[in-house]
Design a protein around this ligand. Structure first.
Ligand SMILES: Cc1cc2nc3c(=O)[nH]c(=O)nc-3n(C[C@H](O)[C@H](O)[C@H](O)COP(=O)(O)OP(=O)(O)OC[C@H]3O[C@@H](n4cnc5c(N)ncnc54)[C@H](O)[C@@H]3O)c2cc1C
Length: 385
């Protein structure tokens, strides 16, 4: 029997997880990346239980987390170093922080081992519902399924009229790795807030830790490259030992939210940041993409799926929307409460957050995406390896 074919546009994390899962389920997979090399921008990445289960299923877990720190707790602290929120991880509700480069390489290596065809310098310029993709060099290909995984600023999404809105938000962010020192904490993520400025410390690997900074978009001083360390010491004097190790280069990014009118058009499905980018408040955007991609592979691999691909994709979207909307909404709410609170209300905000974050309701909602069991999850002994 002929294999079913899928063309995937974009070799980011979402595209590569999709490539692996579809290949694993017997599809012939081709993935296109517009850049001439496969490279991953960024420092570390929070991978929660749902994401780790995905990596186990596609066989990338061991390599992806080989150098990762196992995180015990995520804390939010106010300028007086008081803990506003604490979220603990456990062996059944894990959080790990691999370097992005390790995660990316693990997914590439598994894809290559599965004979996924990875084509670089291949930019898709148009997709249509009949499964045709047109490329910048004028060539075109037709497949049983097209997966658009080309990031938050996807033009292909616009072409199939998927974009409902993009919120460019009020924050910018920058990521960097810093050298580790013996006194650095090794298992707790600490998110310091002062007004609308944030400094997030992430223990990452043996030797390097990951820092994320965010600031209001209109703060010209915060936006400087090289980073204005004096400003960050003024905001967070208690962690000047981290700030003294800041890298001088890097890039400030606008932290965007993307909402789609729809994720599908005929034989085309939109996934990952192209479908639901969200600011990195809960560290769940990529994890949510993994959940959705796993569900897509599962539903599309059912024998009856090919009888009506468009209807199957609509079903997939309706299944996955609620968990995605939930994570996106909580991420937005979090960003709003912590990042946009007027200065005169920060005392009140801290009190409310401290009280509410101890409730079961808050815990369940904040962590719904992180604890979600992806469709098609295959339990392995990865957590013991
Ligand atoms: C500061 C920051 C921290 C974050 N931290 C976390 C975290 O801790 N945990 C978490 O779960 N998420 C996190 N995220 C979100 C996470 O990084 C993204 O959700 C994830 O990387 C999105 O992957 P993607 O593959 O959907 O898109 P992208 O990573 O944007 O990949 C898209 C790929 O498509 C390629 N491409 C674009 N257009 C075309 C085209 N026309 N043809 C071919 N190729 C094309 C691009 O070159 C790129 O390689 C964070 C985001 C930010 C900004």
């Amino acid at each position: 029997m002929q294999k079913k074919t899928v063309e995937i546009i974009g070799a980011g994390l979402s595209g590569l997880v999709a490539a692996n899962r579809f290949a694993q389920l017997g599809w012939k997979v081709r993935i296109h990346e517009r850049n001439k090399d496969l490279r991953m921008f960024g420092a570390g990445i929070w991978i929660w239980e749902s994401g780790l289960k995905t990596l186990e299923t596609v066989g990338a877990y061991d390599q992806a987390v080989a150098n990762a720190r196992v995180i015990r707790e995520w804390q939010i602290r106010d300028p007086k170093d008081r803990v506003l929120m604490s979220r603990r991880a456990t062996p059944d509700d894990r959080l790990m922080l691999p370097p992005r480069a390790d995660l990316y390489q693990a997914l590439i290596d598994r894809a290559m081992a599965r004979k996924v065809e990875i084509i670089t310098s291949s930019e898709a310029v148009d997709v249509s519902g009949d499964g045709t993709t047109v490329f910048a060099d004028g060539s075109s290909r037709k497949a049983d399924l097209v997966i658009v995984a080309n990031g938050a600023h996807s033009r292909l999404r616009e072409q199939i009229l998927g974009t409902k809105w993009i919120d460019y938000g009020s924050e910018i962010g920058i990521r960097m790795l810093i050298d580790e020192r013996p006194e650095d904490n090794k298992d707790t993520l600490i998110e310091y807030w002062n007004g609308n400025w944030r400094l997030l410390y992430n223990p990452c690997t043996d030797g390097r830790n990951y820092i994320f900074l965010s600031a209001p978009v209109n703060d010209a001083r915060a936006r400087r490259i090289p980073i204005d360390s004096d400003l960050w010491v003024e905001k967070f004097p208690g962690v000047r030992n981290l700030i003294s190790r800041f890298q001088v280069d890097g890039r400030w990014d606008r932290l965007v939210n993307v909402k789609c009118r729809k994720w599908t058009e005929g034989k085309v499905a939109i996934v990952g940041d192209a479908a639901h980018a969200m600011p990195p408040n809960l560290g769940q955007a990529a994890n949510t993409a993994f959940i959705n991609v796993m569900a897509l592979a599962e539903i599309m691999s059912k024998p009856e799926a090919m009888q009506d691909v468009a209807a199957t994709l609509i079903k997939w979207e309706s299944q996955q929307r609620s968990i995605t909307d939930h994570v996106q909404w909580w991420s937005y709410l979090y960003g709003y409460v912590l990042g946009r609170c007027p200065p005169m209300l920060t005392g009140l905000r801290s009190g409310v957050l401290r009280a509410v974050s101890r409730t079961g309701w808050f815990d369940r909602n904040l962590n719904k995406g992180a604890r979600y069991v992806p469709d098609g999850y295959v339990a392995t002994d990865a957590r013991n390896s």
